[in-house]
Design a protein around this ligand. Structure first.
Ligand code: GDG
Length: 480
């Protein structure tokens, strides 16, 4: 499919918790830069070309009314509408209900869930705030596309107050089985709000299936193929595996800048194979299991000492939330132990960076990596897997990928692992390091064809097309 915006009449309003922009105060001045979350990376290429608006939180609390106005004006130039959250809202809506209830529940960690009623109060009121701000941008010709678990009740609120052409919702993270979702005291409100969307999308069939079964069990919805019927209304549920901007990653990888940084990086690790991991700080990403499998590899294959390096890049995230603080300390300890136990003069086994790299440096790391090691315990999709594949234009490499990441359903030529099975993961890493150049090339090419074809434009087009079909079908029914 062409890298073109989808054809539909009217405008599009994208709504997500975070805007695809980072605002920092530097020497008294505001600095605006593009942010690097999975969603920002994916939709960033789409909305600017399409004359659409994007509503979300800019990630900053303005100090004065003048600063708030400055942010509003600056963002308006980029078709972005900011919603400003106060510290309480951030603590209770974002860190509370979103990241201490929905995130752990959707990533199968019920023991991490903190069921505090005040979190729900804020979740409901902040969703309402989004609906109020969205209202002036919605006409009968507007297609509204809501993103992710922070805004699950927003489709219902928009439906109550505005009359958009269509409402779509995409769930970027896993959706748990009904048995887990049932534990939420607010399960009814969440599902009732969400099913006011015309179309609800997931990365994988399993997640869509879990969602439909949960609606059957809690809302007593009837399921006909991909349609849920309840209380005299209906919504569609479907699978749309998200892609990346393949050409962007490919061109960056073959650029002089990235190739230059790639050589510099390789020169820092002479005679060593680089095993790369890239993720946000999160317990769903399996960082501790990754370190355990890698340590086992060093113990069982002492010939690798001095010849391999785990280059682990972790982007700071949510480090004000308790579980994340604990995880960070655990990672620090574990990396320290491995380096202390296995280092020899002039070599240490793990290079660990707790920071974010600029795009060209990240691309260089993908180019330089002999292995990309992704062992998420649960992951909606995992775009890093696809970015690595797209970046492997000149250099060879092997993708080791968790079968619990949505990407594993598409990237069948990766070496798939069960991240909970440490010995199996260790054996697969060894297999990756030993693989012949022919096999590496064959597997990478097959994966590249998938990532190139099912890119982010294909994803956006498919979702929008489906919404359009649903709109037309509903319209014909009304006309009859
Ligand atoms: C959620 C779901 C789903 C990372 N480090 C740097 C950097 N990144 C970029 C990567 C990638 C993105 O961050 C991470 O995307 P993921 O998909 O891996 O994960 P989440 O952020 O958890 O996203 C996930 C996704 O939504 C989309 O639906 O796949 O399952 O959890 O794009 O490149 N970018 C730069 N420097 C870094 O150091 N520039």
């Amino acid at each position: 499919m062409q890298n073109q915006s989808p054809k539909h009449s009217g405008s599009t309003l994208i709504i997500s918790n975070r805007l695809p922009v980072k605002i920092e105060r530097k020497k008294g001045k505001l600095k605006f830069t593009a942010s690097e979350g999975g969603l920002a990376t994916g939709l960033g290429s789409f909305y600017k070309d399409n004359g659409s608006w994007w509503l979300g939180w800019p990630g900053i609390i303005p100090k004065t009314a003048a600063e708030e106005e400055q942010i509003r004006e600056e963002l308006k130039k980029r078709n972005l509408i900011p919603i400003f959250l106060n510290q309480h809202e951030i603590n209770y809506f974002y860190e509370g209900f979103s990241n201490a209830i929905l995130w752990p529940l959707c990533h199968y960690r019920p023991s991490y869930v903190e069921l505090k009623p005040e979190y729900w109060t804020y979740y409901a009121s902040v969703n309402q705030k989004f609906a109020d701000l969205a209202k002036p941008y919605i006409t009968e010709q507007t297609t509204v596309w809501v993103h992710d678990y922070q805004l699950m009740v927003l489709p219902g609120l928009i439906r109550q107050e505005s009359s958009p052409r269509s409402i779509g919702y995409f769930h970027h993270i896993p959706f748990p089985p009904a048995e887990l979702f049932r534990m939420l005291p607010w399960r009814q409100q969440l599902l009732q709000g969400l099913t006011q969307a015309d179309l609800i999308g997931f990365h994988t069939y399993e997640n869509a299936q879990n969602f439909s079964e949960t609606c059957q069990s809690i809302l007593h919805a009837e399921v006909h193929q991909q349609q849920l019927k309840m209380d005299g209304r209906s919504c569609h549920v479907d699978v749309f595996p998200m892609g990346i901007d393949y050409e962007k990653y490919k061109h960056q990888a073959i650029s002089e800048a990235s190739q230059g940084y790639c050589q510099e990086l390789k020169a820092l690790y002479p005679g060593q194979k680089l095993i790369l991991s890239v993720d946000r700080l999160d317990y769903s990403k399996g960082v501790i299991q990754r370190l355990e499998a890698y340590e086992l590899l060093l113990k069982q294959h002492p010939e690798l000492i001095g010849k391999v390096n785990l280059y682990m890049l972790i982007v700071p995230s949510r480090d004000q939330v308790n579980q994340y603080k604990k995880l960070r300390n655990e990672i620090d300890r574990k990396v320290g132990n491995i380096n202390a136990m296995h280092s020899i003069p002039g070599w240490q086994p793990v290079s660990y960076f707790y920071k974010s790299l600029p795009f060209d440096r990240l691309s260089a790391a993908y180019c330089a990596a002999d292995v990309c090691f992704i062992n998420s315990l649960f992951d909606g999709m995992n775009l890093v897997a696809k970015e690595y594949v797209a970046s492997k234009q000149y250099q060879s490499g092997v993708l080791v990928l968790s079968e619990f990441a949505g990407a594993s359903k598409e990237l069948a030529d990766a070496l798939l692992i069960n991240p909970y099975a440490i010995q199996e993961t260790c054996d697969t890493l060894y297999q990756a390091l030993q693989m012949s150049e022919e096999e590496k090339a064959e597997r990478m090419l097959a994966n590249q064809q998938v990532v190139e074809k099912f890119n982010v434009f294909h994803w956006v087009n498919l979702f929008m097309l489906r919404l359009q079909e649903i709109y037309e079908a509903n319209h014909q029914e009304i006309a009859r």
